[in-house]
Design a protein. Structure first.
Length: 133
């Protein structure tokens, strides 16, 4: 795969600027050292998009859990206030909150597994380079 976006000096006397030459050098470096010789540009783009999709899934999960943390903090404090006020519904509320919180790790694990599956499907193996944080 040969890319030549910067005309050479022999093309109508054109001399590329230093910045244009650096871009051309970067493209050539990526083509020869980063992309595998048998990888087509579309395949490389698909891999990048799969990695991005997986990272976005993890970030969405993180945002969801942080939002739940805020809501649950309020719910727990309300339930404790009810218990301290002698309301028997406070104990029931705490039990329901506990049941919900027990399900959160399974949810987070399923999202992580799905994100890993996407990366594995497109890259051929799980990528350890993804850092969602």
């Amino acid at each position: 795969m040969e890319s030549n976006i910067v005309p050479s000096a022999s093309d109508d006397g054109f001399t590329p600027t230093q910045g244009m030459q650096q871009v051309q050098n970067a493209i050539e470096f990526v083509e020869t050292h980063v992309l595998q010789p048998d990888v087509q540009p579309m395949q490389a783009t698909a891999k990048l998009m799969a990695d991005q999709a997986a990272a976005m899934m993890i970030q969405d999960m993180r945002s969801f859990l942080q939002g739940n943390e805020q809501v649950l903090t309020l719910a727990i404090s309300k339930a404790i206030a009810m218990i301290l006020a002698g309301d028997p519904q406070g104990e029931k509320a705490l039990k329901q909150i506990e049941g919900f919180m027990e399900k959160l790790p399974a949810f987070a694990t399923s999202i992580g597994t799905a994100a890993s599956g996407i990366v594995t499907e497109f890259n051929g193996s799980a990528s350890t380079d993804n850092d969602a944080g």
